[in-house]
Design a protein. Structure first.
Length: 167
């Protein structure tokens, strides 16, 4: 599986050797050499090869944007199959997580893994037009944190305390 390397660790105005670039990104030097073979621009006229920070940053950004997938409202990303899937049986469960969004869960039709997706409440009706969505009851502590955690007052606590009763 391909590891994601943060292009934010690279300085745009600096020039790197493959070893320095690998050290900055936390990867092996051979990985950077493979990127050069795959299309990363480097000055190969002399040794050590030199890579401009701006070009390395652009190359890593392009790799990240290639992997991103825009999913349809009724599709999920299955980590087992590593691709976009429709819900098995066109059924999913929705659990409220906040006042504006919630988690949609469904089974993958190929590998039967659980697929999750965070969706906005506003999009829920458009999703329900395509698949059957069952709305589950959310844990009230997660949805509305304004509910007081305890209804015991200090006056009640003193009356029921063991030392207060023995005096």
């Amino acid at each position: 599986m391909a590891k994601k390397f943060s292009h934010n660790r690279i300085k745009t105005h600096r020039i790197y050797t493959p070893f320095e670039a690998a050290e900055a990104l936390g990867c092996h030097r051979q990985t950077v050499l493979r990127w050069i073979a795959l299309g990363l621009e480097a000055d190969q006229a002399q040794k050590p090869w030199l890579i401009e920070g701006q070009k390395l940053k652009a190359y890593l950004g392009a790799r990240i944007s290639e992997r991103k997938q825009k999913l349809a409202l009724d599709h999920f990303y299955c980590f087992g199959c590593k691709e976009s899937q429709s819900a098995a049986g066109k059924m999913a469960d929705y659990v409220h997580q906040s006042p504006t969004n919630g988690r949609l869960s469904a089974l993958c039709p190929n590998c039967a893994a659980i697929m999750n997706k965070i969706v906005r409440r506003d999009d829920l009706e458009r999703i329900r037009a395509k698949i059957e969505v069952t709305i589950q009851q959310a844990d009230p502590r997660l949805v509305s944190p304004t509910v007081p955690l305890s209804k015991v007052t200090f006056a009640q606590e003193i009356k029921t305390h063991v030392k207060a009763q023995s005096k």
